[in-house]
Design a protein around this ligand. Structure first.
Ligand code: 5GP
Length: 202
């Protein structure tokens, strides 16, 4: 089991937990998570998903994702290595959460965060009903579109598709226990950290 950091006072053993973290593409999940890892005193770890999508500039294989060919991804499906997998944007890009690292992290007392879409989240909840669910909300679709255009990593067609998916994701957001509006990154990180620390002390 992990322990809370020494700054917390006496060593308190922490039970490993699975945290499902979702929100539409472009809402700022990556930045929020990066800051959360620095700000929060829990033994947080991010799960690295596998994907068949192209690596973007600035991303690192094995850190951002495990980049697989379609065939490699299929081999892992056949070997039953995924906790869940899905085709996220309906255009042949597959994403999946590998079982082994999740189980190992929980057994080691870590709080493993899976950043996955709402379809994957509902699948994972069936297997891990006690998972903590957090949804980052952009406030509105218009706000999200502004952020995606600012990021400028997508073609117009891909951007339109991501916004369509986002609309349906916002509808499913009510299934999450915690919905956090991402108005400012700092505030969002604070809020998520407070949610997690409150659960840790229950
Ligand atoms: P991106 O291509 O922008 O990195 O991610 C696109 C979407 O895929 C995001 O909404 C993200 O949450 C989702 N995603 C990333 N990894 C996984 C995964 O392992 N499983 C599922 N179901 N969705 C994932």
């Amino acid at each position: 089991m992990s322990k809370a950091s020494p700054a917390d006072g006496p060593d308190v053993p922490i039970r490993g937990r699975l945290v499902i973290f979702s929100g539409p593409s472009g809402v700022g999940k990556t930045t929020i998570l990066q800051r959360l890892f620095k700000a929060c005193r829990l033994p947080l770890r991010e799960s690295v998903s596998a994907t068949t999508r192209q690596q973007r500039p600035g991303e690192t294989d094995g850190v951002s994702y495990h980049y697989l060919t379609r065939e490699e991804f299929q081999n892992r499906i056949d070997a039953d290595e995924f906790l869940e997998y899905t085709e996220v944007f309906g255009r042949g890009d597959f994403y999946g959460t590998l079982k082994a690292p999740i189980n190992q992290a929980i057994a080691a007392g870590e709080w493993i965060i899976v950043e996955i879409d709402v379809v994957g989240a509902l699948k994972v909840l069936k297997i891990h009903p006690d998972a903590i669910t957090i949804f980052v909300h952009p406030g509105s679709i218009e706000e999200l579109e502004k952020r995606l255009r600012g990021r400028a990593t997508e073609s117009e067609e891909a951007l339109t598709r991501r916004l369509e998916v986002a609309r349906s994701e916002l509808e499913v957001s009510e299934k999450y226990t915690h919905i956090v509006n991402n108005e400012s990154v700092e505030q969002t990180v604070d809020e998520i950290c407070q949610i997690l620390e409150a659960i840790a002390t229950q």
